[in-house]
Write a protein that binds this ligand. Structure first.
Ligand code: SF4
Length: 354
């Protein structure tokens, strides 16, 4: 049975028409699913019992089940979620000054093997469906409602497990539902897709205008990038990547976010800050620096605070816009893949779906 969360609106609308219902019913049901976040067709009180029963015979309505919730001292909340087939994925709610940002996963594991990433060690298990991707957002929203949070969920970032552009058709569909006013109704400014840069898919994604773009660069030259991100850098060289990014159509005030994880003794020298500044000199970009969140399974260290600040200062002095992100949730294994790594598939338990 198809999970209704996996349908695009167009597919669902034509299925409603095949049932002899007016298109207006599709809008109503879509709002029940995404805005009222109902967990069962029986909750759709303004839909006839007959239609609810028909829907229940055609579709399931399955959301990821919360297996573990961990709350950090800094307010970061991490969820380990169990999918219908027992696979485990992660999503994180990150508190900001006046809102939460949710980091969501797009694949179970990842094929790209970046050397500083815990998810990489799982390899790729499978792509996530659009409904599984969006199910994380439903879990996040329901959790905040249940906790009566004073901070709303405002931003979504595709920066969790997996490379979103290697699961592009399903990620695209999830972005469409996120954006749809009948769906989850997030504007493109509130949604960011983070990618290592997959040629072809990058241009396709940018042409949709469905979300802002962040690129995981992490090294200013091909030699270093191929050492720490061997598979990603084999797909596109640093220079080719910058050429593609420079050619993308951007909105008037839009800038591409360039992500740079600072790894102690690897990519955190001023020499590399200088190369990074040169590389980005013609790109409408802002730089997100984040110090590595160390983990036992990763051979790298977080740089000293002094080095982090010196790197940031150099780039500011050269006129770059730099945001030094605070590493959050270090006490709850909040970096991508860390919590999943220490849990097992099909582990018994799990809580009620939020
Ligand atoms: S950093 Fe991102 S692309 Fe690289 S292995 Fe981890 S999840 Fe995959």
């Amino acid at each position: 049975m198809n999970n209704i969360l996996d349908c695009s609106f167009a597919e669902f609308q034509s299925s409603i028409q095949e049932l002899g219902e007016s298109p207006f019913r599709a809008d109503q049901i879509w709002q029940w699913i995404w805005q009222k976040r109902c967990a069962d067709f029986s909750e759709m009180t303004n839909i006839s019992k007959g239609l609810r029963e028909k829907l229940g015979s055609i579709y399931s309505l399955h959301r990821p089940v919360v297996q573990v919730v961990k709350k950090s001292r800094d307010g970061t909340i991490k969820f380990l979620l169990r999918l219908e087939d027992g696979e485990l994925i992660e999503t994180v709610l990150i508190p900001e000054k006046d809102h939460y940002t949710q980091c969501i996963s797009s694949q179970v594991g990842c094929a790209l093997g970046c050397s500083f990433c815990s998810t990489a060690q799982m390899g790729l298990k499978r792509n996530m469906s659009s409904g599984e991707i969006l199910g994380q957002v439903l879990v996040g929203l329901n959790y905040l409602d249940r906790e009566k949070s004073s901070l709303p969920l405002r931003n979504i970032v595709y920066m969790g497990m997996g490379e979103p552009l290697l699961n592009w058709p399903r990620v695209r569909q999830s972005l469409e539902v996120l954006r749809d006013p009948r769906g989850l109704n997030f504007s493109y400014r509130r949604v960011t897709l983070s990618t290592v840069g997959i040629p072809g898919k990058l241009e396709e994604f940018a042409a949709t205008g469905l979300a802002s773009l962040a690129v995981s660069l992490h090294a200013p030259d091909q030699e270093l990038r191929s050492r720490i991100m061997p598979k990603a850098s084999a797909l596109v060289s640093v220079d080719q990547l910058i050429d593609i990014l420079t050619s993308l159509p951007l909105r008037p005030r839009q800038r591409i976010t360039v992500e740079y994880v600072l790894i102690g003794g690897v990519n955190d020298e001023i020499k590399q800050a200088r190369e990074l500044n040169r590389l980005l000199s013609h790109l409408k970009a802002k730089i997100n620096l984040i110090a590595l969140n160390p983990a036992p399974e990763i051979d790298y260290l977080r740089p000293d605070q002094e080095r982090i600040l010196a790197f940031e200062r150099y780039l500011w002095d050269k006129g770059q816009t730099v945001h030094l992100r605070k590493g959050k949730g270090c006490d709850i294994e909040a970096a991508c893949g860390q919590l999943r790594k220490h849990s097992r598939k099909n582990e018994a338990g799990g809580q009620e779906p939020f």
